[in-house]
Design a protein around this ligand. Sequence first.
Ligand code: ZN
Length: 241
Amino acid sequence: MQKIRVTIWNEFRHEKKVPAVAEIYPEGLHVALGNGLAAEDLEIKYAALDDPEQGLPDDVLASTDVLLWWGHCAHGEVRDDIVAKVHKRVLEGMGLIVLHSGHMSKIFQKVTGCSGTLKWREIGERARLWNIAPTHPITQGIGEYFEIPHEEMYGEYFDIPKDGNIIFIAHFAGGNVFRSGVTFERGFGKIFYFQPGHETYPVYYQEEVLKVIGNAIRWAKPVFFRELSCPNYPAIDKVGE
Ligand code: ZN
């Protein structure tokens, strides 16, 4: 069996600076995610912003089938040339899963062409995520809805493209709603944005959240990698005779 090569990229700053976050994710939320996602068919590697080449040297990108992205306070530090390389790789077929505060990462803005802006509130309220795509591979094993007991509220209006396929709609205890799971296709690459995962709540230990992300990895794995080109194409049949 050919394993899916997964790279979990984490900004990995909050865990080092904020004790409350370090307490929940002592090795970083990327490692917690990797432990929770571990499976026979996945080969999981980790990458962080402070690693050489910001964790994404060419050989890592070239050997990644699906890239997970978690960033928050340091979106601006991610180098534009690295974002361009990741973007190119997505167009060539690499899967991209953007988590939680990655909604304003450079790579999400690049692949969507939108700002990714939204409303937010941090009072630890309950989120109820409704599964509105019950036949989609990403929701298999998930019931009609699942709840996250304490989560940061993300609310509409969420500035994303209108061609997104909405997989989950969340309702927050404080009244807001949000498109919490949305897929896109760009070039040959598949993209999934998934809202859960605020760093001060243990969301990435929750079974349903891990199930969705695991399903998304398997859905987003490349069918093939192919460079996009713009060739002058000779006629197949004789024309004008
Ligand atoms: Zn957050």
